[in-house]
Ligand binder design. Structure first.
Ligand code: PEP
Ligand code: MG
Length: 322
């Protein structure tokens, strides 16, 4: 099996009926970009930048960040790299910021909410990203977007910093796509409106499942409700994918679900364009996808969306793919 995987390392990802999808990887540090290439990744679908801010006692400087982003972009060459702006809060704390404790951190002051209120921290990150952009194929993504205003505000700040850099005579790539994580149900429900304004979506199922099911992703006692295959989740995914495609935009998924062998056939059927997972899952996923017909999976879409329980969904997928 290892040998079969190795043969596919430099191949593109095609289904049995020759439809192409992209298999990218999630990383948290620049060093992990090497793993992505070793495992045949076609890009980075999620670079979690929190690591730059964690495990130290002060904020990273613009220069430190610039070096890290440039490093990843250079390693990946023309392969796209989706960098997610700072997503602290929830389970990711920063001791030196001394933020007040919250009753419900996952529903609290985190990610884009924090960045829009702490603009100097946000602007430093955006400047570092924009300066690094000419070293590779950069895509910028905002986390935890719940409203269109948040996206518009974040994008406006990005454009301001781009202008500032240009005024200073710095080079900025002119093809940077700007997208959002879809991980809050409000955004998934009005994906149609968002799709007119963003360049791409990446679905964060880790959070989307917890918010849709009202089941804390860290709480063991309610983990039975944390159901990736719940029909509500599949219907949200389908809504997001269809909305994006209607506007000619692409949709990725960077939550754990994207690398799950049971989910992959269903996600193909729903029309997902890019799957982003841990580097070691890429070659097994590519092997699996080569054995699946996208047309056949698409023909199951209405069945999947009309089921009543997660269990029925899982049974159905297993039955159709075994
Ligand atoms: C997600 O929510 O699915 C996601 C990829 O982001 P994180 O796990 O970092 O919250
Ligand atoms: Mg998330």
């Amino acid at each position: 099996q290892q040998e079969e995987w190795a043969k596919l390392k430099n191949e593109s990802t095609l289904t049995a009926d020759n439809q192409q999808v992209d298999l990218a990887a999630n990383i948290g540090t620049p060093e992990e970009a090497d793993n992505v290439l070793e495992h045949g990744g076609e890009g980075v679908g999620l670079y979690r930048t929190e690591f730059l801010y964690m495990g130290k006692n002060q904020l990273p400087t613009e220069e430190e960040q610039y070096e890290a982003y440039k490093d990843v972009l250079e390693k990946m060459g023309d392969k796209p790299v989706v960098v997610r702006t700072l997503d602290i809060g929830g389970d990711k704390e920063l001791s030196y910021l001394d933020l007040p404790e919250e009753m419900n951190p996952f529903l609290g002051f985190r990610a884009i909410r924090f960045c829009l209120e702490n603009q100097s921290i946000f602007r430093t990150q955006l400047r570092a990203l924009l300066r690094a952009s000419s070293y590779g194929h950069l895509r910028i993504m905002f986390p935890m977007i719940a409203t269109l205003e948040e996206f518009r505000d974040a994008k406006a700040i990005l454009l301001e910093e781009e202008q500032n850099l240009k005024d200073e005579g710095q080079t900025v790539a002119d093809d940077i796509e700007v997208g959002i994580m879809v991980e809050i149900p409000s955004t998934a429900v009005i994906a149609k409106q968002f799709a007119k304004e963003v360049d791409f979506f990446s679905i964060g199922t880790n959070d989307m499942i917890q918010y849709t099911m009202a089941a804390d992703r860290m709480n063991e006692r309610v983990s039975y409700l944390y159901q990736p295959y719940h029909p509500a989740i599949l219907n949200l995914l389908s809504n997001v994918i269809d909305a994006a495609h209607a506007e000619g935009k692409w949709v990725g998924m960077c939550g754990e679900m994207a690398g799950d062998a049971t989910a992959i056939p269903a996600l193909l059927g729903l029309g997902l364009d890019e799957f982003s997972m841990s580097p070691t899952s890429i070659l097994p996923a590519r092997t699996q996808i080569r054995g699946l017909s996208k047309e056949t999976m698409t023909s199951y879409k209405d069945n999947l969306l009309s089921m009543g329980t997660a269990e029925e969904v899982i049974e159905f997928i297993k039955d159709k793919t075994e």
